[in-house]
Design a protein around this ligand. Structure first.
Ligand SMILES: Cc1cc2nc3c(=O)[nH]c(=O)nc-3n(C[C@H](O)[C@H](O)[C@H](O)COP(=O)(O)OP(=O)(O)OC[C@H]3O[C@@H](n4cnc5c(N)ncnc54)[C@H](O)[C@@H]3O)c2cc1C
Length: 420
């Protein structure tokens, strides 16, 4: 690449990974992120790197489950009805993609992006790699079930994953307990995905940011107010150095769940169907449990990840816009599970509760590529539940597209214009 100037809006896993591969390709990079808001989905999440998760969120049965659970205050998946044109369009597109055909189409696309990412994680965070102390480890993943419905779902997903070539083992209850003796819930069996890995998401972000600063990347702590074809990125007020805008040859919008509203300001008519899908996590200190392998408890849809001496429990998916209120009843199942692992004396303080907004696209596939009609503006968003897993490969693909290198994967399925 000749030395392009690139502005990346968003300092989450996707934005920073994009900055990384742009620097590697020879670009001068500025990251604009409203770090003061501290509302990234990329911190506080479960930190699971999961090529095993090959089924797009928009799968058959998801909407009906959401509607059935709409009235339950403690369900793991919840839709709050809203009269918003963008939300209704998202629901319509989601329902249109919730077909077996779309699942079959999406599986190899998600698999390849995640597998490519894992290869890049090895190079970024493995032994003697440039990002130290991220807690990256090829732990594998245990998907555990208790009831009949969860068992059926688990084995069905395993069939699909196996069909896609993933390395997995179906386990009886004793086999699952032999692999992870510190499982403290009733289970009847599970599936072990050997390829999956885990990372400490906050440590990954800080190691990445430190390494980017050392490589000359500038960080501007400001809110991007709007995108402008001439100027680039217009800031809301002035940055610390007095600048009111940041320009470049290219602008990458990696603003997570906030990406659609920013892209709209370009005035190309592109409306990206990405909704904030809210989730919670609880991080607890516990000396009683020594769990080593990240687990998903499928009956409750709650994850348990060991991270540097703490256990992080996470779950729930609520479609209710950018509502930040903590819903105590929705937290209850996560809290109960945390209590079980950490011992009855555990008192979970409010600050240990984290909430974040997954950027969920309507077809369950990420949105990566140039904005139609404004090709120097690119989008990298819509990763839903897989944004940490797929961040490196997404960043690499954006850098490939900008530098004119042949992209690591076919960018067509990710094209931002595919919904129109
Ligand atoms: C409970 C929970 C558990 C999860 N577990 C996992 C997991 O185990 N594995 C996995 O792969 N994924 C997981 N995810 C999903 C993952 O967290 C997200 O997909 C991913 O973090 C999205 O990254 P991002 O960089 O696109 O967005 P974000 O991390 O949200 O970053 C976007 C950034 O852009 C900034 N921004 C937005 N608008 C502006 C603006 N106008 N100006 C300046 N800055 C702006 C925001 O402040 C933010 O810093 C989980 C999510 C949740 C909620």
């Amino acid at each position: 690449m000749n030395r392009s100037d690139v502005v990346v809006v968003g300092g989450g896993a996707v934005g920073l990974s994009t900055a990384w591969y742009l620097v590697e390709a020879g670009a001068r990079v500025t990251v604009v992120d409203r770090t003061s808001a501290d509302d990234k989905a990329s911190t506080g999440n479960a930190g699971m790197l999961v090529p095993s998760h090959v089924i797009p969120l928009s799968a058959p049965g998801v909407i009906s489950k959401g509607l059935r659970w709409m009235l339950s205050s403690s369900s793991p998946f919840h839709i709050s009805p809203r009269l918003s044109a963008d939300f209704l369009r998202w629901l319509y597109l989601f329902a249109r993609h919730a077909t077996p055909q779309h699942v079959a189409y999406g599986i190899p696309i998600l698999r390849d992006l995640s597998m490519e990412s894992l290869r890049l994680f090895d190079a970024l965070c493995g032994d003697a790699a440039p990002l130290p102390g991220t807690g990256y480890s090829r732990t594998g993943l245990l998907m555990l079930h208790r009831g009949d419905t969860a068992r059926r779902d688990n084995l069905h997903e395993a069939d699909l994953a196996e069909g896609a070539g993933l390395d997995l083992r179906r386990l009886s209850e004793p086999e699952a307990r032999a692999l992870e003796p510190d499982i403290r819930t009733d289970i009847t069996g599970g599936v072990f995905y050997a390829t999956d890995a885990a990372i400490h998401p906050e440590r990954f972000l800080s190691a990445m940011e430190a390494a980017l600063r050392a490589r000359g990347v500038q960080f501007v702590d400001a809110t991007a107010l709007r995108l402008d074809r001439q100027v680039g990125v217009v800031l809301d007020g002035a940055a610390e150095d007095g600048r009111r805008s940041v320009g470049g040859d290219f602008v990458v919008v990696a603003a997570g769940a906030w990406t659609p509203s920013l892209v709209k300001t370009l005035g190309t008519g592109l409306s990206l169907p990405v909704e904030p899908a809210r989730g919670y996590s609880l991080t607890v200190n516990t000396h009683e449990a020594t769990i080593r392998i990240p687990c998903v408890m499928l009956d409750e849809r709650i994850t348990v990840t060991p991270m540097a001496g703490v256990l992080r429990f996470s779950g729930t998916l609520t479609l209710s816009g950018f509502d930040r209120r903590v819903e105590e009843r929705r937290l209850e199942t996560i809290r109960r599970l945390a209590q079980l692992y950490a011992g009855p004396s555990l008192a979970i303080e409010k600050p240990a509760v984290w909430t974040g907004f997954r950027p969920a696209s309507a077809d369950g596939l990420p949105i990566i590529g140039p904005v139609p009609g404004a090709a120097r503006f690119l989008v990298a968003s819509g990763h839903g539940m897989l944004g940490v897993t797929q961040a490196p490969a997404t960043g690499r693909m954006v850098a490939d597209l900008i530098s004119g290198r042949s992209p690591i994967l076919d960018p067509k399925p990710f094209a931002p214009g595919r919904f129109s």
